[in-house]
Design a protein around this ligand. Sequence first.
Ligand code: FES
Ligand SMILES: [Fe+2]
Length: 386
Amino acid sequence: MEPSDSSSGAPLAECEILFALTRSKIVARTLETCGEAAALPFGPYVDPVRADEEARLIRRHWQYACPAEKVARPGTYFATRCAGVPVVVVRDLEGVLRAHVNGCRHRGTVVMRGEGDCRRLQCPYHAWTYGLDGSLRAAPRSDREATFDPSSLPLLPAQVSAWGPLVFVAVSPDPPPILEELGQLGRSLADMGVDLSTLRFHGRSEFQIEANWKIVLENYLECYHCAVAHPGFAALMETSPDRYQLAEAGGLLSHQTSLREAAAKTGYPLGTIASGAYHLLVPNHTFDVNPGEANLAVSLTLPDGPSRSYGFTDRFFGPEVTDEFIKEMVAFDDEVGAQDQELVEWVQAGVSSGAVAAGHLLLDSERLVAAFQRYLVESLGPATHA
Ligand code: FES
Ligand SMILES: [Fe+2]
């Protein structure tokens, strides 16, 4: 749809998107679908206010933090971020898994860095020292302050929950019930032959992409581009619309496909898993299983303003998986990832230009993209900012 001036008074069809640009205002109403057409307004991909709203939405949700094995023993900790907020996950000496906001109550420094063993959480700036339960145990020179009350200055609490080999944290006091939706994912993984209880952490890789986080995840949600942009993937996996499965189940947007008959000729290391499955758990987690031996990649994608995103991927493999399989599967995955990064950065360049006001989704092949859009509008309302 061409941009229209909101002051024109032109009537809109019931099912259309209003995307109106005026000199000082962008109004983008909810994505609506009608028959086989769906408009995709580009305003929310360049709007810093919308990016802030989306960052706050993500902050209300559970976020994957670290492999459970990193905090399995009493006195181990792992420092990370929860939607941009520094958090530290710690197993206390009684064996209780805890998480705290990792910001010192003195002047705000990040208290714990990295991972490892600890008996206390000590800030490296002025040595305020907290117990593993977050309580402030010592603050040098505080005895010279008549009104200093350490009991009022614990590390702020975060919520923590383990699911198989994964630890999730939440800085919101009332995050949505992620574990219910993860349960559906667990059944899907088990059906493919991935036993969560046996997976071992392999490594974390971080990424930064010059594209809006939604563009990154919308690219993830469709394989319409696979035959065009991923020749290696398309040689290995079925990508035709009749063979490629798309499914919505609550907040889990999933796609799955099987190996092509000629997969063995590609040189990819085949194994007991004969399909690939790729799941987005809204708003920003992805869970990938590639063909071959038992594997799982968990990724978080986060907004860094309207036109950049960042995140990380943690890879897990079954205990019997060989180094050779890991090397070849990761190389395959990295090749697809590099192709995707180039694709989405070009999308951002296009939408940032302002030359076109809205795109157009194909509601068969891109229905998970439409579902993601609907989720965002239902969660945040339509994007409407001066
Ligand atoms: S900022 Fe942590 S002790 Fe001063
Ligand atoms: Fe892709």
